[in-house]
Design a protein around this ligand. Structure first.
Ligand code: C2E
Ligand code: CA
Ligand code: CA
Length: 397
């Protein structure tokens, strides 16, 4: 027996939502066999219970694939054409698992895993998933405590003008020095903070701290702060930014917010609205990790764009893959057409830097110019920045 749970984000108003749910249910029924049970658990969650004769694993996999293709195809509701995404968690009831609660919990865990890997995926429950969830829950609880006890830190990485090597900005990157786990990477704890409902508080803390630090730097140096999509939906981002600037007495023109394109991909335009508000306040907007997501270029015209940050993966492949170099050049031209700055991320070698200069990228950032370090370890010298106790790098370029 298998249980499958699906989650369909619905975001088009109530009447459309209801009609959509009905049509989705019909398609789910179609994907299943006669004797299978399809149930709505509430909201946008469904359960499917089926009995497989043999090869349960293959049958469940096939059913998941069938559900994905059927449910994802577009729907017509009144004058709307609607699409939904779904995630599927699969769990089996066999000799070991006989309890209905347990199997639902397993299906939930698999669903959670599927969701965390992005939309439109399915995952089959494995016992080690429970372990990961337990660890994440622990980290979440510790993070909450660390936030309350002011134990997080912010490091800064310089953003350098490619032509003059002058410093243009510093990107704030949050750090968590953990007593037993060592330095925990934000790549690990940011998703946990998002999941645990801590990201608004964490983001606000970083914002305050970054503005305060930036107020001590020369006036031509901006500070860039990463903003999670969740800060747009939960927590009043515009108010938080205004408060941080005011408290630090930092002019809004010194602050840059880095957002990823997922911020722009919501069905309503509240986030776009927020970006406009922030921009009107004088804050700059940078599009982070450009080229890694859907890269549907139509959204570029919908919001005030000041900078495009070209993802490190393209910089890494530039030397070996002419396509990557072409993408870097094209993105630079695209940025220029929008009157925006282009910044190459993760520049590690002199060769990469040379290529980026030829491609006329505006700014560069990466270990070649400096790793992220605490504010106190950076020293501004005229229009340049250098690490204290270290000779300047890439100075000969
Ligand atoms: P990101 O915004 O793309 O930041 C760039 C990441 O690349 C940073 O990792 C930085 O340390 C690393 N990096 C910079 N130059 C190089 C290089 O030359 N080589 C290599 N190998 N790596 C380089 P970090 O600090 O671990 O941050 C990871 C991600 O966590 C960030 O990616 C960002 O998405 C997120 N993050 C960091 N701080 C915050 C924050 O305060 N708020 C939010 N929402 N996210 C944050
Ligand atoms: Ca960033
Ligand atoms: Ca990035």
């Amino acid at each position: 027996t298998g249980v499958q749970t699906c989650a369909l984000p619905i975001s088009h108003g109530h009447a459309v939502g209801d009609a959509l749910l009905k049509q989705v249910s019909v398609r789910m029924r179609e994907a299943c066999g006669e004797s299978d049970i399809v149930a709505r658990l509430g909201g946008d969650e469904f359960a499917i219970i089926c009995r497989f004769q043999d090869e349960a694993f293959d049958s469940a996999t096939q059913l998941a694939e069938r559900l994905l293709s059927l449910v994802r195809a577009s729907y017509q509701i009144d004058e709307h054409i609607v699409q939904v995404g779904l995630s599927i968690g699969v769990a089996f009831m066999d000799g070991e698992v006989v309890d209905a609660d347990q199997i639902m919990r397993h299906a939930d865990i698999a669903l959670y895993k599927a969701k965390s890997e992005g939309r439109n995926r399915y995952r089959i429950f494995e016992p080690k998933m429970e372990e990961v969830i337990r660890t994440n829950r622990e980290i979440g609880a510790e993070l909450k405590r660390a936030l309350a006890c002011d134990e997080l830190d912010v490091f800064y990485q310089p953003v350098i003008d490619a032509a003059t090597l002058e410093v243009r900005g510093m990107e704030a990157l949050v750090r968590w020095p953990h007593k037993t786990r060592g330095m925990v990477s934000p790549g690990v704890f940011i998703p946990i903070a998002e999941e645990a409902g801590l990201i608004a508080q964490l983001g606000e803390w970083v914002m305050m701290r970054a503005c305060r630090d930036a107020a001590t730097w020369p006036p031509f140096v901006k500070v860039a702060v990463n903003v999670s999509p969740i800060q747009f939906s939960k927590g009043n981002l515009t108010a938080t930014v205004a408060r941080a600037l005011k408290e630090a007495k930092l002019p809004s023109s010194r602050l840059e917010l880095e957002v990823t394109e997922s911020v722009l991909l919501t069905s309503d335009d509240n986030n776009i609205q927020t970006l406009h508000e922030l921009h009107e306040m004088g804050v700059s907007i940078a599009l982070d990790d450009f080229g890694t997501g859907y890269s549907s270029l139509s959204y570029l015209t919908a919001f005030p764009l000041d900078k495009i940050k070209i993802d490190k993966s393209f910089i890494d492949r530039m030397g070996t893959h002419t396509g990557a170099l072409a993408i870097v050049s094209a993105t630079t031209n695209l940025a220029r057409a929008f009157n925006a700055i282009s910044t190459a991320e993760g520049v590690e070698t002199q060769e990469q830097f040379e290529m980026l200069r030829v491609a006329a990228v505006t700014q560069v950032q990466g270990y070649l110019f400096g790793k992220p370090m605490p504010a106190r370890e950076w020293e501004f010298d005229g229009r340049k920045v250098r690490a204290k106790n270290q000779p300047p790098r890439a100075a000969a370029a």
